[in-house]
Design a protein around this ligand. Sequence first.
Ligand code: NAD
Ligand code: UDX
Length: 480
Amino acid sequence: MVKICCIGAGYVGGPTMAVIALKCPEIEVAVVDISVSRITAWNSDALPIYEPGLDEVVKKCRGKNLFFSTDVEKHVSEADIVFVSVNTPTKTQGLGAGKAADLTYWESAARMIADVSKSNKIVVEKSTVPVKTAEAIEKILTHNSKGIDFQILSNPEFLAEGTAIQDLFNPDRVLIGGRETPEGQKAIAALRDVYAHWVPVDRIICSNLWSAELSKLAANAFLAQRISSVNAMSALCEATGADVSQVAHAVGKDTRIGPKFLNASVGFGGSCFQKDILNLVYICECNGLPEVANYWKQVIKINDYQKTRFVNRIVSSMFNTVSGKKIAILGFAFKKDTGDTRETPAIDVCKGLLGDKALLSIYDPQVNEEQIQRDLAMKKFDWDHPVHLQPMSPTSIKQVNVVWDAYAATKDAHGVCILTEWDEFKTLDYQRIYDNMRKPAFIFDGRNVVDEAKLRAIGFIVYSIGKPLDQWLKDMPAVA
Ligand code: NAD
Ligand code: UDX
């Protein structure tokens, strides 16, 4: 029986391994982590992450061929294939701080693999890493190997949160990079055999190590670039009276461009896009390519601009001050169908409004008060460094109130901001919300989910990203 061990039971390690266990009943899969609370949750009925369809997959395999454990060394030493899916955050200190990937967690995992291994292993980079990381890992493993053969593969993960199970069941492609030696090719074939249990072979792409590592950074950069492109257009739409949805529809009808990933928004969030582009920028700089670095940096700059622009629009349209005003925040997660708040645009928008002394009442169906308080108190990039994580910030922000209902959040509010596109926000009783708000009542839709005409008919002043502006908003221009 082939044994797989995955180091890192997070958003990637957990779902990915659960699907491998489901699709490959003859393979034993152990997912290990140094976080006791995470492993306890994986072994309970309340999984540590919210992901549609995940519960069912885990329930079908857990205890049969899928195990979650904190006994990292035992499972690594017994495995034939070791996936490493630990966090690779942005460095907060030292050389490359604010840009380069921090490989501390990766390196310590690699050293541990070298220490405990007694048999040959295939070590798979599942985490997103800088190009050439495999070379560094190879050095660590071979210098400490005691004659054991380690083959390093790069097998980056392309799942998106909220649709992880669907993406894993039916991936556009699986990418496996390895050495171009007979041993490297044999290792590629072994991993290909695992995925071939359910992924059509023509969707399993094999490449050299560096292409696989770079493809992951490139894919995320291209995706984020589309969002920054449409968001840049949204600012121009507001200035000219064009409608960004109509522009995106017309542009996306060109089959060379395609319709996906062209939704204008308050900005992209999530644990990957910003981190991976900053990492790409750093790699370009290190390789003496400042023009290429600046090109990709612009994707992040537009994303920051979009968040600032949104806050400025709120403040300027509410008579240039939100001080002491109650603003309801609907949605805090970085996208719908996840409870993940890493790099969510809601953090920057809320911080911007708090900076102008607003009183915030926040509702998200999947994010609790402890998480929101922690996010608003945390410094940039600290979220992915467990050492910085406190159980609860000792002094919670008093201007922030977290509630479990959209109607409670909006009661007596001066304005409503929609920051996550949860489906339930489309069908709220907006007449009821309007009746219970201060007047004039404002809605700032950062996800273009509401029916503006209907809301205007009720009496709201409505701002939707990239849509033609109300006369009110035209009269109170935002300073970007
Ligand atoms: P995560 O923070 O949810 O999970 C990482 C886990 O690794 C944590 O539970 C942590 O405790 C554990 N860990 C760290 N060091 C360890 C060690 N030495 N031994 C055992 N466990 C250790 O992160 P994630 O979102 O799952 O991302 C993991 C990697 O996958 C990152 O490189 C990320 O860029 C990449 N990725 C993430 C996504 C996504 O949607 N989240 C998608 C594709 C790729
Ligand atoms: C992304 C990549 O899609 C995935 O392939 C990679 O493995 C990890 O990073 P994820 O961050 O989970 O996945 O979600 P994604 O759907 O890409 O959304 C990222 C952010 O962009 C979200 O904040 C989302 O709301 C925003 N977005 C997405 C837009 O603003 N407009 C769009 O058209 C699409």
